[in-house]
Design a protein around this ligand. Structure first.
Ligand code: NDP
Ligand SMILES: O=C1OC[C@@H](O)[C@H](O)[C@H]1O
Length: 399
């Protein structure tokens, strides 16, 4: 009963009515003004709601291709300024009041609009996956560095205590070196329609791009390394466009941390269209990281949305099974947060810390983002589907 009440309280504060004054003390400077490119579905949970409890953030402007859509979105979320029409996105970037751009456009437009935002002198919080290709990712980070601007790929799950606790257990050596690992993000059929951006190859669609980027990132994070090989990969092709995968599974090898040991065998699964069991029983989402080590196993259920509910189950060989929760960081860790902070709220805290010249509690750096794209492309290559189209956009030479 207590855990159900806890869940309701956490979800209420996380998604419906966040307390407005935690996390930051009195402000020396005016809050950072964010502008959102596109009235995207993810913008409210990933930025607008988290910003309500961050005193150093104002969601100042939004742009949408349709001005009425922009206006409605602005009204609904109490956003001061809106831009729309053909020039709306660029007008938002050119607004001198805007300090930071949030880019939740379709994956195939991440590159063009991040480059334009950087050219306009704005920092960028960029949705995952960072681009369509690793080359795009490299170019975006090169340009951000040249301009002295902050660019972060929004791999929000990394900022939550739950996945960091799982990594701490692995790194502690309690269970010995990793031998096998798997990570999956699969959710039931019915959430994604034919007109969804995820089903459109030209703008970077596909399950491996969309939900597959998480388990790949998670495998790389937990092993503290990059794969050495894709042993096999297979995709379920979308009947209406065979270049789109609705699900992909891949077997990978990672280097072992133990000297003279076999490589780590890794399995990745992503699926945004899992059919109901027997055609009618809906499936529970599979959002799990499982690790087999030399002296036991550990598993984290729900590494992507842990604030709702998660559990870390540790099974040391010959020892007692224990279940841990990590809704906050341990006392004394020096890391901020409340039980109800979503992954996005933790991410926003770190992003603002970086912008303000403070040390963020963790970070997803250019190597991390670039390697994730490198291996997304390699997996697509093995499935036979190939990379998504690289953007032809070029920044003006003057930049
Ligand atoms: N971090 C996370 O947890 C999540 C991240 N994402 C990522 O965020 C991004 C957006 O996803 P989501 O919010 O679900 O998608 P939506 O389709 O809701 O939003 C995409 C936005 O892109 C704009 N857009 C511009 N050009 C096009 C075009 N040619 N076709 C379609 N849309 C266009 C639209 O803006 P306009 O209003 O101008 O029409 C639209 O609002 C993706 O990169 C996705 O991977 C998605 C979900 C969760
Ligand atoms: O968190 C997520 O889960 C569902 C996906 O479709 C989405 O793009 C992803 O970011």
């Amino acid at each position: 009963m207590a855990s159900i009440i806890g869940l309701i309280k956490r979800c209420h504060s996380a998604f419906i009515s966040p307390p407005s004054t935690t996390g930051v003390g009195a402000q020396a400077e005016p809050p950072l003004r964010f502008g959102i490119l596109g009235a995207a579905a993810i913008a409210p949970p990933a930025l607008i709601t988290p910003a309500k409890s961050h005193l150093d953030v104002t969601i100042y402007a939004v742009a949408a291709r349709d001005i009425q859509r922009a206006e409605q979105f602005a009204k609904k979320y109490g956003i001061t300024k809106f831009y729309g029409g053909k020039t709306g996105y660029q007008e938002l970037l050119d607004d001198p009041q805007v300090d930071v751009i949030y880019n939740p456009l379709p994956n195939g437009l991440h590159y063009e609009w991040t480059m334009k935002a950087l050219a306009a002198g704005k920092h960028v919080l960029l949705e995952k996956p960072s681009g369509d290709t690793a080359e795009e990712t490299r170019r975006m980070f090169d340009f951000a560095e040249r301009k002295g601007l902050v660019l972060l790929e929004a791999f929000h799950y990394r900022f939550h205590p739950a996945v960091q606790r799982l990594k701490a257990i692995l790194d502690s050596g309690e269970l010995g070196a990793i031998k096998e690992i798997s990570a999956s993000l699969a959710f039931p059929k019915g959430f994604i329609g034919d007109d969804n951006i995820r089903m459109n190859f030209d703008i970077g669609g596909g399950a491996m791009m969309d939900c597959g980027c998480y388990p790949l990132s998670c495998l790389r994070y937990l092993t503290s390394s990059n794969p050495t090989e894709v042993l096999s990969a297979s995709a379920t092709r979308y009947p209406k466009d065979s270049r789109i995968d609705t699900a992909t599974t891949a077997s990978l090898l990672f280097p072992s941390a133990a000297p003279d040991s076999e490589p780590i065998k890794a399995t990745l699964r992503c699926d945004f269209s899992v059919p109901p069991r027997f055609g009618f029983i809906p499936r529970w989402p599979d959002i799990t990281a499982r690790v087999t080590c030399e002296r036991g196993t550990v598993e984290l259920f729900n590494f992507v949305m842990p604030v709702i509910y998660h559990s870390i189950t540790v099974r040391p060989e010959g020892g007692r099974v224990r279940t841990e929760k990590a809704y906050t960081f341990p006392d004394g860790s020096g890391k901020k947060g409340e039980e109800w902070w979503t992954t996005y709220r933790h991410q926003l805290e770190a992003f603002v810390d970086k912008l303000r010249g403070r040390e963020p509690q963790t970070w997803v750096d250019r190597e991390d983002s670039t390697s994730n794209m490198v291996w997304i492309e390699k997996i697509y290559e093995v499935t036979g589907l190939g990379s998504r189209p690289q953007s032809e956009f070029q920044i003006p030479e003057s930049e």
